[in-house]
Design a protein around this ligand. Structure first.
Ligand SMILES: N[C@@H](CCC(=O)N[C@@H](CS)C(=O)NCC(=O)O)C(=O)O
Length: 211
């Protein structure tokens, strides 16, 4: 397998955590998202990922998987232990809902492409872009702060899909200086998760392409 990643991409960060939790260490290919206008736009990468985003995962069969939720689900299906979802269907839905707040409602609004669109096409200045970013994080995190369960992790003492999504989004929030005082439960779960090797090794600053 080969993982196309970028140290700062939170979608690739999710996949790094998932791979680590499953004990998998595929070859890595680094796609710099800003250098020379973004290597994701290079013709050779476009063949791998028509959406021109990371992550992508090529399999030994030659198949290419894209979209972090699909990749993470695939990894959980081929390597069922440790499971990313609880056994109970209602609990599974709750964990998936937590992850979806981040994956569907926060991250898409705060991602590189929409932020570049705000700046380049809609001609917004940095303070407006920061306000946009902070608003959607704060709104989503307020919901997550009530959805989270007693710890140490998001849904108790087993790491789940919710945790795989939380830590990269917390990293993003800190990088963009979003105040986190209103979200003590999210902060506590993130701190507990970062003590686990699978999460620590996946940190952006621990990647070979970190700057
Ligand atoms: N929903 C996708 C999001 C992928 C995505 O947007 N990745 C970002 C980095 S986090 C990217 O490659 N952006 C490149 C660009 O916007 O040009 C996933 O979860 O894989």
């Amino acid at each position: 397998m080969k993982h196309y990643t970028y140290f700062r991409s939170s979608a690739a960060y999710r996949v790094r955590i998932a791979l680590n939790l499953k004990g998998l260490a595929p070859e890595q290919a680094f796609v710099h998202l800003t250098k020379d206008g973004g290597k994701q736009h290079a013709p050779e990468y476009r063949v791998i990922n028509p959406q021109r985003r990371v992550p992508s995962l090529t399999l030994d069969s030659g198949e290419v998987l894209t979209q972090s939720p699909a990749i993470i689900e695939y990894l959980d299906e081929i390597h069922p232990k440790p499971a990313f979802l609880p056994a109970d269907p209602v609990e599974r839905a709750k964990v998936r809902a937590f992850a979806a707040v981040i994956g569907c409602d926060i991250h898409p609004l705060n991602n590189l492409a929409p932020l570049q669109y705000l700046r380049r096409v809609l001609k917004q200045e940095q303070p407006a872009i920061d306000a946009w970013y902070h608003h959607w994080i704060a709104e989503g995190f307020a919901a997550l702060e009530t959805m989270i369960r007693p710890g140490p992790y998001c849904f108790g003492d087993h790491v789940t899909l919710a945790d795989i999504y939380l830590t990269p989004q917390m990293y993003n929030a800190r990088r963009l200086k979003v105040p986190l005082e209103a979200f003590p439960k999210l902060v506590a779960a993130d701190a507990a998760l970062l003590k686990l090797p699978a999460f620590d090794n996946a940190r952006p600053e621990n990647q070979p392409d970190a700057e």
